[in-house]
Design a protein around this ligand. Structure first.
Ligand code: GLY
Ligand code: MN
Length: 473
C-alpha cells in the first residue's frame, strides 16, 4: 500500500465534504471459486482501498464526520493464519499502516453500528455489488438484504465521486504503469495474430502478461475475430486470413489502478482494402478526439464529434447517405456504434460505476441524453484536469441489428441497406486509448501502442511462429 499519509489525507478530504453522521466501509470478503478454501485472487473493494489501503478481508473502516474519529474494525492474526499465509501484521500494525490508532474487534462492529442507529445518527453507506457483503451488512444493520438500500447515502456517493474523479500525481503514475503493461499485452497480441492461431492462445498470453506486470487484468480479456460482439469473452475461434482480431484488454496494478486499451489487427498482419477503409474512419474519430479533448468541455461534445466523423466516413464508403447533421441528430450512427465514446477510468475500469453510472458520468450542466446514439454514453460530463477517460470509437457490422433496422425501414434515408448487406461478414473495429485530462488538453497514458495502419502492420511483421502446445489445439 501507499504511505499512510495518502490515506489520512484522503479521509481528511472526505471529512471536508460531509459534516454530519458516520460512514462505514466494509472490506471485500474472500470470494470462493468452487469450495470455500479455493478462492479467486483477492480483490479489495475500491472505496475501502482508496480510504484505508489495506489489502485484507474482515475489516471495516469507520469515519465519524462529527467527531472526526476514525476506527478500524478487524481480526487479530491467528497461528493458523501464520501457518498458511506467513507472518501477517497485527490489527494494531494494520491500523498504523493506514494511520488509525483506534482499532477494535471485528465482531463488535454490529453492536457499534446498532448503537449509532439507536442514537438516531445518520449512517452513510455505499451501494453493495456483492451478495455476501450485502447479507453481511444486512446482519450488521439488523435489516434484510433489500433493506440495506435505505442506508445508501447520495451525499457520500457524490462526495466520493468528487474526490476519486480527479487523479493525483501518485495515481497517474500508477495508471501510467498499468498502461505500460498494456503496451506489452497489445503488441504481443499483434505479433501473435497469425492464421491458424486460436484466440485462446493469444488471450492466455495477454492475460499472463498483465499478471507479470504486477496485477490481474482489469476486466476479462475481450479478444475475438467476431469483434462485432462488443464484449466477446468466447475465445475458441481459429484465426483466418481476411478477418480482424479485436483485442480489448487492460492491466491492473497492485494498488488496483487500471488501464483499458483496444486495438484491431488484421489476421496475417496486412489490412485488405475494405478493412483499411473502415479502419481509417475509426482511427480518424479516435485521433480527432485525442487532439481536441481538453478541460472544461463536456465529454458529450467529443462523443458527438466522434459520431459525426463516423457518419462522414461511412458516407465516404457509401454505407451512409444524406445530411450528416440530420443523421447525427436522428441517432442513425447507432447502427454502427451502439455504445458511447468512453467512460471514466481509475481504480475500476469503469471507474466508480458501482456508485451509479449516471452520478459518475453526468452533472447538472450535462444531463444524460434520452436520444438513441447519445444515451449510451457512460461519461458525458464536463472534464477537469486529472480526469482519465477512454476514447474508444468503433464501427461494427452486427447482422441481427442490421436485419432488424432494415425490416423496420429505420433511418432508411441515412443508411444504404443494399451495400450494407455485403458487410455482414466484416466483423468490427474498435480503437481505444486512455486520455489523461491536463491543464490545457489531454495526453494518452503509457507507451504509445501502434495504432496507424502502418504501425500495426509493422508490429505484426515483428511476429514469429508461436510454439503451440502439442495436442491442445
Ligand atoms: N474495455 C471494456 C469496456 O470499456 O467496457
Ligand atoms: Mn473501455
Amino acid at each position: 500500500m501507499f504511505n499512510k499519509d495518502v490515506y489520512t489525507g484522503r479521509r481528511a478530504a472526505l471529512k471536508k465534504e460531509l459534516k454530519s453522521g458516520i460512514a462505514f466501509f466494509p472490506a471485500n470478503n474472500e470470494a470462493p471459486f468452487n469450495y470455500p478454501d479455493n478462492t479467486y485472487i483477492y480483490r479489495q473493494d475500491s472505496n475501502f482501498s482508496y480510504f484505508f489501503g489495506l489489502n485484507h478481508p474482515d475489516l471495516v473502516g469507520v469515519i465519524d464526520f462529527e467527531t472526526g474519529e476514525e476506527i478500524l474494525f478487524g481480526q487479530e492474526v491467528t497461528v493458523d493464519d501464520v501457518i498458511w499465509c506467513g507472518p501477517l501484521p497485527s490489527l494494531k500494525e494494520q491500523g498504523e499502516m493506514t494511520g488509525i490508532t483506534d482499532c477494535r474487534d471485528f465482531n463488535k462492529f454490529g453492536d457499534f453500528i446498532q448503537d449509532a442507529i439507536a442514537k438516531g445518527r445518520k449512517v452513510h453507506f455505499l451501494p453493495t455489488y456483492r451478495g455476501d457483503t450485502c447479507i453481511q451488512c444486512a446482519n450488521w444493520l439488523n435489516t434484510t438484504p433489500a433493506g440495506v438500500k435505505q442506508y445508501v447515502s447520495l451525499d457520500l456517493i457524490k462526495a466520493i465521486i468528487k474526490l476519486r474523479e480527479v487523479k493525483s500525481p501518485l495515481e497517474i503514475a500508477e495508471m501510467e504503469r498499468a498502461a505500460n503493461t498494456a503496451y506489452y499485452m497489445h503488441t504481443t497480441a499483434m505479433k501473435m495474430c497469425k492464421p491458424g492461431m486460436v484466440e485462446q492462445e493469444i488471450a492466455g498470453v495477454v492475460e499472463g502478461l498483465s499478471l507479470s506486470g504486477g496485477g490481474p487484468v482489469s476486466f476479462p480479456v475481450i479478444l475475438s475475430v467476431n469483434g462485432q460482439t462488443l464484449h466477446n469473452h468466447g475465445h475458441h475461434n481459429v484465426l483466418k486470413e481476411g478477418r480482424m482480431m479485436v483485442c480489448d484488454a487492460g492491466a491492473e496494478t497492485e494498488h488496483y489502478y487500471a488501464s483499458d486499451f483496444t486495438r484491431t489487427t488484421p489476421v496475417g498482419g496486412k489490412f485488405n482494402q475494405r478493412q483499411r477503409e473502415i479502419y481509417e474512419i475509426v482511427l480518424k474519430a479516435n485521433m480527432e478526439v485525442a487532439a481536441q479533448t481538453r478541460p472544461y468541455m463536456p465529454y458529450m461534445v467529443m462523443h458527438t464529434l466522434a459520431c459525426r466523423n463516423l457518419i462522414e466516413g461511412l458516407k465516404g464508403v457509401g454505407l451512409m447517405k444524406g445530411d450528416t447533421e440530420e443523421a447525427l441528430m436522428a441517432g442513425a450512427h447507432y447502427l454502427f456504434m451502439p455504445h458511447g465514446l468512453g467512460h471514466m477510468l481509475g481504480m475500476d475500469v469503469h471507474d466508480m460505476e458501482g456508485l451509479g453510472e449516471t452520478y459518475v458520468g453526468y452533472d447538472e450542466i450535462t444531463p444524460r441524453s434520452k436520444q438513441e446514439g447519445f444515451s449510451c454514453l457512460r461519461c458525458g460530463k464536463t472534464l477537469k484536469p486529472g480526469f482519465v477517460v477512454t476514447d474508444e470509437p468503433g464501427i461494427y457490422f452486427i447482422p441481427t441489428l442490421i436485419d432488424l433496422w432494415k425490416a423496420q425501414g429505420k433511418h432508411k434515408d441515412f443508411i444504404n441497406y443494399d451495400k450494407l448487406e455485403t458487410y455482414k461478414d466484416f466483423g468490427g473495429i474498435r480503437i481505444e486509448d486512455d486520455l489523461l485530462i491536463t491543464e490545457d488538453g489531454c495526453r494518452i497514458l503509457g507507451r504509445p501502442i501502434p495504432k496507424t495502419v502502418e504501425e500495426v502492420e509493422d508490429m505484426c511483421a515483428q511476429g514469429r511462429e508461436w510454439i503451440k502446445m502439442p495436442g491442445l489445439y
